[in-house]
Design a protein around this ligand. Structure first.
Ligand code: ZN
Ligand code: ZN
Length: 249
């Protein structure tokens, strides 16, 4: 598997082993790594949930293939590859990256996601995407923050997998208000027409397998909207690749 070999080679070259580093969670002195083995073990890995939805990765209370939402309203994306639950002690790492601009934390999060993708690439049913598309951020928000965290994770994945990153395919037309207080159908309505595919970009996605990249998946409303847009525009398959997922409904 060429992809796997490429990722393996890139990951083994990570970190400058000449310079000591500190574990980003406990402060232990390390030889180039960004997390010690103990803190790595303590992360909320989704594999510890016995039952998960095959499509959106939500934890299920009992054995089954899909959650109620995916059963009744199947999303346009075919699967989600998400290594971690959005819980302590991962939450502060994501917050320091997103809201305080700590790019070393972004590098660690990119490494964790890339490692998980390389593990998934060993599965027989794995289909390598042709294109990585980060969830677009409205330009005003990006300007305020100075970066789009999904794009940074995407750059990291592109450099480790060799799959091209496309940041100009989808545009976010308006900022969506906070989704937290809304019902599921209000959220989906809120996102309608929030995104558009650039006119000259459509031919780049026809017949292509696409992985949508984000840091955290909460309600899946955004991923549902984006995947539907891409499939309608001619994409062959859309997967979701994200670092973390809220595991409770
Ligand atoms: Zn540690
Ligand atoms: Zn589901």
């Amino acid at each position: 598997m060429q992809l796997l070999r490429t990722i393996g080679k890139k990951l083994s070259g990570l970190g400058n082993h000449l310079l000591p580093t500190q574990c980003l969670l406990c402060g232990a002195t390390l030889k180039g790594e960004l997390l010690c083995d103990g803190c790595l073990y303590d992360l909320p890995w989704v594999q510890r949930y016995e039952h998960r939805c095959q499509q959106c990765a939500l934890a299920l209370e009992s054995a089954g293939n899909f959650c109620g939402h995916c059963l009744h309203q199947p999303p346009a994306f075919s699967r989600s590859i998400i290594p971690l639950a959005y819980q302590h002690p991962l939450t502060p790492l994501i917050h320091r990256f997103k809201y305080r601009g700590k790019l070393t934390h972004g590098k660690l999060l990119g490494q964790l996601l890339a490692q998980h993708i390389s593990d998934c690439a060993t599965h027989a049913d794995w289909k390598i995407p042709d294109l990585l598309i980060p969830t677009p951020m409205h330009w005003t928000r990006r300007w305020q923050r100075g970066f789009n965290q999904a794009e940074i994770l995407g750059q990291y994945l592109a450099s480790t997998t060799g799959i091209p990153l496309a940041t100009q395919i989808i545009r976010r037309l308006h900022r969506t208000p906070a989704q937290k207080e809304l019902t599921r159908s209000e959220r989906q309505k809120n996102l309608r027409k929030a995104f558009t595919i650039s006119a000259n970009a459509q031919q780049k996605i026809i017949g292509k397998r696409i992985a949508l990249i984000d840091d955290v998946v909460t309600t899946t409303a955004t991923m549902r909207e984006l995947s539907q847009l891409l499939i309608k525009a001619g994409a062959k398959d859309v997967q979701v690749w994200a670092l973390a997922r809220t595991m409770e409904k």
